[in-house]
Design a protein around this ligand. Sequence first.
Ligand SMILES: *[C@@H]1O[C@H](CO)[C@@H](O)[C@H](O)[C@H]1NC(C)=O
Ligand SMILES: *[C@@H]1O[C@H](CO)[C@@H](O)[C@H](O)[C@H]1NC(C)=O
Length: 449
Amino acid sequence: MMKYAFAAAVLSALPLVSGQAQEWGQCGGIGWSGPTTCTSGTVCTKQNDYYSQCLPGISSTVENPPPPPPTSSAPTSTVASSTSSGTSSTPTSTSFVKVSGQKFTLDGNDYIVAGTNAYWLAQESNADIDQAFSDIAAAGLTTVRTWGFNDVTTAQNYGAYYQLWQNGKATFNTGAYGISRFDYVVSSAKAHGIRLIVTLTNNWSDYGGMDVYVSQLNPGGTHDTFYTNANVIAAYKTYIQEWVTRYGSEPTILGWELANEPRCSGSTGSASSACDTTGSTIFTWASDISAYIKSIDKNHLVAIGDEGWFQEANPPTYPYAPGVGVDFVKNLGITTLDFGTYHSYPESWGQTANETLWGVDWITAHAAAQKTANKPVILEEFGVTTNQPTTYQLWYNTIISSGQTGDLIWQAGSQLSTGPSPNDGFAVYPTSPAYPVMESAAAALKARG
Ligand SMILES: *[C@@H]1O[C@H](CO)[C@@H](O)[C@H](O)[C@H]1NC(C)=O
Ligand SMILES: *[C@@H]1O[C@H](CO)[C@@H](O)[C@H](O)[C@H]1NC(C)=O
């Protein structure tokens, strides 16, 4: 039945063949052949070369064309948050972001999560961290997701690492290449009026993550024993406690995430039989770890950081199917999780042939789950490597029209002193065609509220 519901929702999101475009609907742009006039009470507003949109009531702050040049000043529409009186130099980040129903709030106003990932921030110099946040703020983004982990087995004297593992013991790194680097990330974010979502470990072996805990504390154990081994769980909680106590009263941190893309599977690609691929192992783990964070940190929000996989009986495509051990809908019910997260990588998930429309369905499905759970849900990572402007425009459009709470692109980049910031094929820089699409989508999300 879900499938029919998705189909109906997608159809209604598609342009009408004739007549006027609806509120939030597309009304122009390169390649657009649908309606170019808007339903009464809304005005067709050029967002970028690929997209004009019917916006309600046109306030003085949602401007008519011209399209925003890449470095134009950030839109200052209704978003409450982080900048004070229109200047980004004196932000007021003295309150914590909270949730209310399906929205994030700040001081009683909507807080709009329109942002990006920048996992690499703490590895850079102070000047480059400042450059990245400066670009992100200028693009009108509010929120950055970044890594709060790097587990190593040999000390290093560059970048940032937070735990040195030797002989089954972890030492938290308070040295020059340790948590002080993250202190700078926080202070720079604060200075630029940006809030941070901090992910505390990784499913993947980049920057250490789960497999280091397992190899140090449960040698020979499979990847998924990260979720069940008592010593591993205790060590992870010790690590969490370091972060949460250090930044417990820091409102620049929006929230903590339990892991980047947790899955049952180990490096073999198949889960050990002990990990329930229909979701109960990770559900139990996420319940326990999120409750632990809440017990020591009353201020910050908590989410999983997962890819948002469903467990449908009749999955239309693979990401809706049981298999990796995540049950998005069930996890949304965990009371110590404040918001839901999901990712969209159709090229990695066998959907290359139809990636744009597959993503529209994926967003629509998560927006429906958001409404049922009545919690905020964000598309917190997404990327394609071809046709980025048109695909992202349609996805952003679907986020706005479906009521999805927010989004974080993977990933807005900057020119750093060392060259372009890291690019895994998905990075968009201020000169990239997709960059103005991202900027105007942030403005549109702020205008929607
Ligand atoms: C999770 O980590 C394992 C082991 O490093 C890896 O094989 C798997 O591809 C990862 N999956 C995701 C989605 O991160
Ligand atoms: C692409 O996905 C859309 C949305 O699910 C679907 O309606 C359409 O039939 C798909 N097209 C192909 C060629 O698979």
